[in-house]
Design a protein around this ligand. Structure first.
Ligand SMILES: Cc1ncc(COP(=O)(O)O)c(C=O)c1O
Length: 387
């Protein structure tokens, strides 16, 4: 059986809404349309109960309490609240935050905004695999440090951070630890309690839920963490994020989280196998294929490679019916090499030839084999290998 074309291999950019998720969401657009804050009548009570259930499903995915989940419009907003909200709330304690050069723009631009507001930010470098050095992190800590924000998994190269070690270091120094887990949550086991994480950003559309909904986990005990709001209004979400709750999206997010939790282990193994197969076969058939990111400490569904002497844009244009990307979806309009690839220290040639291939729930072996064939063909067109 031939699967339909084009083949989608860009699951790090976004995932399709799972049909089971969509089915659960649908009634909340029309019949069950209540405002979750209107708890004086049955319509509102029903919506509120649906939101509570979703909150519990999401809390369970990361092993926290439901009251520690704050709904937002996505990981961008969660990251903004984490950085700006901590800087404001803990201004009396200090004015220094530590992050890293390969973070998503939602963290980097929030950090830049804080610098404009007079705060001090340390941007840690990464090694050639994309990991921060724990000794450098320790050395960067000052008595004024109030926040460490290091992403759980990089959206371009898939490298995962040593979360446990960073969590311990932050706890030892009584510093709040935020992690952007937009690419990690739902794809790798995540126990926030065991890892000493205080704030964590999640996005539903990266885990087969709808776009425009996400969450910020905010630790409420041992120790209690507080963040100032970025959006003001009716005081929803414990005053941290005002605005009428998007009930259908929240319901979908909840189911998506539950499904990921149930299927995570088997999926991770299947998808890791696909990525390994792609890398193996491309390395065997194309000269100059290099892996970007960590060989083992990486997301199971992400593969990032550079092919010596090529340009990602040429490759992607040639591929046509195989949808992959050069890097982050947020930077596709930017002709400059990715800040993440550049941070690995290999130079702009390698950065400009990077290809991000990310597989997901709907990916089949047939699609993987088709994509491998197309990439090899494209490399031949570009005369990289003798025909
Ligand atoms: C690591 C990371 N952080 C944040 C975001 C932004 O998430 P959202 O699209 O939910 O705002 C993304 C999505 O591209 C991401 O990959």
């Amino acid at each position: 059986m031939t699967t339909k074309r084009p083949v989608y291999l860009d699951f790090n950019a976004t995932t399709p809404v799972d049909k089971r998720v969509l089915a659960t969401m649908l009634p909340y657009f029309s019949e069950d349309f209540g405002n979750a804050a209107s708890t004086t009548h049955a319509f509102g009570q029903q919506a509120s109960a649906a939101v509570s259930h979703a909150r519990q499903q999401i809390a369970s995915l990361i092993n926290v309490s439901a009251n520690e989940i704050i709904f937002t419009s996505g990981a961008t907003e969660s990251n903004n609240i984490a950085l700006l909200g901590v800087a404001e709330r803990y201004a009396h304690k200090g004015d220094h935050i530590i992050t890293c050069v390969t973070e998503h723009k939602a963290v980097l631009d929030s950090a830049k905004r804080l610098e404009k507001l007079g705060k001090r930010v340390t941007y840690l470098p990464v090694d050639s695999f994309g990991r921060v050095d724990l000794d450098q992190l320790r050395q960067a800590i000052t008595p004024q440090t109030i926040l460490i924000s290091i992403m759980a998994a990089n959206n371009e190269i898939g490298t995962v951070a040593p979360l446990r070690e960073i969590g311990l270091l932050a706890r030892e120094h009584d510093i709040i630890f935020h992690t952007d887990a937009a690419q990690y949550a739902g794809h790798m086991p995540l126990d926030v309690q065991a890892l000493n994480i205080d704030l964590l950003s999640i996005s539903a559309h990266k885990l087969y839920g709808p776009k425009g909904i996400g969450a910020l986990y905010v630790r409420r005990e041992n120790p209690r963490v507080d963040v100032a709001p970025v959006i003001y209004g009716g005081g929803h979400e414990q005053g941290i994020r005002s605005g009428t709750l998007n009930v259908p999206a929240i319901v979908g997010f909840g189911v998506a989280a539950e499904l990921c939790q149930a299927e995570l282990e088997d999926e991770a193994e299947r998808l890791r196998g696909y990525c390994q197969k792609i890398f193996r076969e491309l390395s065997r058939n194309i000269e100059g294929v290099e892996l970007n990111g960590h060989p083992t400490e990486r997301l199971p569904h992400n593969l990032n490679i550079s092919i010596t002497g090529t340009r990602s844009s040429d490759f992607i244009a040639l591929l046509g019916d195989v949808a992959i990307s050069a890097g982050s979806a947020c930077n596709t309009a930017n002709p400059n090499p990715s800040h993440v690839l550049c941070a690995l220290g290999f130079g702009s040639e390698r950065a400009l030839s990077s290809l991000r291939i990310s597989v997901g729930r709907t990916t089949t072996l047939e699609e993987v084999e088709y994509a491998i064939g197309r990439i090899i063909e494209a490399s031949q067109v570009l005369q990289l290998v003798p025909a």
